[in-house]
Write a protein that binds this ligand. Structure first.
Ligand SMILES: [Zn+2]
Length: 149
């Protein structure tokens, strides 16, 4: 069985400024990140679609003891996309150590950052990022899409 959207294609999409997902031909649900079956009904009739990149923070944690190669603190968040599925990513804020529960429910846009290869990976990777609406990413990176908050 062929994957309708591989992780490589998903990450290449992010690098090109597109958040890609899969729309189920059976129930209409959106699946992201890519899977071989629909998250809702397990159907396999999936079509690649471009998603809005709009999401809402549902929960998060602040990592204060980083793995080798990472710099702490940083925020790992789960955000619910406007289309339904939840994505995990790094929340880009100026002061990650100062993030509080107040960010739950905040609107964010999905972006990406290129992660250099390290001892534990097979090469350069791409990580999903979230930027709070109305605040530019601290690094100056562009979000996938400018959104109206
Ligand atoms: Zn489905």
């Amino acid at each position: 069985m062929a994957y309708p959207l591989t992780h490589r294609q998903y990450y290449e999409g992010l690098k090109a400024g597109k958040l890609l997902g899969l729309k189920c031909g059976k129930c209409g649900a959106i699946t992201a990140p890519p899977k071989i079956n629909c998250l809702q009904c397990n159907g396999a009739d999936l079509e690649v679609v471009e998603l809005s990149g709009q999401a809402e923070i549902k929960t998060f944690t602040v990592v204060r003891v980083p793995p080798e190669g990472m710099t702490a603190p940083y925020v790992v968040a789960l955000a619910e996309l406007a289309e339904g599925p939840w994505l995990m990513g790094n929340l880009e804020v100026a002061d990650p150590g100062a993030v509080t529960m107040d960010i739950i429910g905040r609107k964010v846009t999905v972006g990406h950052k290129v992660v250099p290869a390290d001892l534990y990976s097979a090469g350069e990777g791409v990580a999903v990022t979230f930027s709070i609406c109305g605040s530019p990413p601290p690094s100056g990176r562009e979000a996938v899409k400018k959104m109206i908050c």
